[in-house]
Design a binder for this molecule. Structure first.
Ligand SMILES: [Zn+2]
Length: 115
């Protein structure tokens, strides 16, 4: 396991997490993921820590309202969120990670039809 750092565009939301250096990510075709081309890396809650900016996270839900989409109030970037598919993990946006782990596999998830 290695330690990684990520956050939003303006830098006010910052977090760190532990992960293998070779990971599987998910790409999802649901209405919200396709708009941002979000790259999901699932990290267990215990391996994730907010460092700064938790007071700046704005929560957005739609549909079944089980997922909690968390956007930085200042810059609007969703750098991680609570997904419905993995209730014990956060989904990190791999695009928001500095020096991200290597992607060994991409799973194409049919969120449009399963959610
Ligand atoms: Zn921001």
């Amino acid at each position: 396991m290695k330690e990684y750092f990520g956050g939003c565009h303006c830098g006010k939301v910052k977090y760190k997490f532990s992960s293998n250096d070779s990971v599987e990510i998910w790409k999802c075709n649901c209405s919200i993921c396709k708009m941002s081309d979000y790259e999901h890396l699932f990290i267990h809650h215990n391996d994730f820590q907010i460092l700064e900016g938790d007071n700046l996270l704005n929560e957005y839900s739609f549909g079944a309202k089980k997922a909690k989409h968390l956007f930085c109030k200042n810059c609007g970037i969703k750098s991680f969120y609570q997904p419905r598919s993995h209730p014990d993990s956060y989904s990190i946006n791999l695009r928001c990670v500095e020096e991200p782990p290597e992607v060994k596999n991409v799973v194409y998830f049919d969120g449009k039809n399963e959610y």
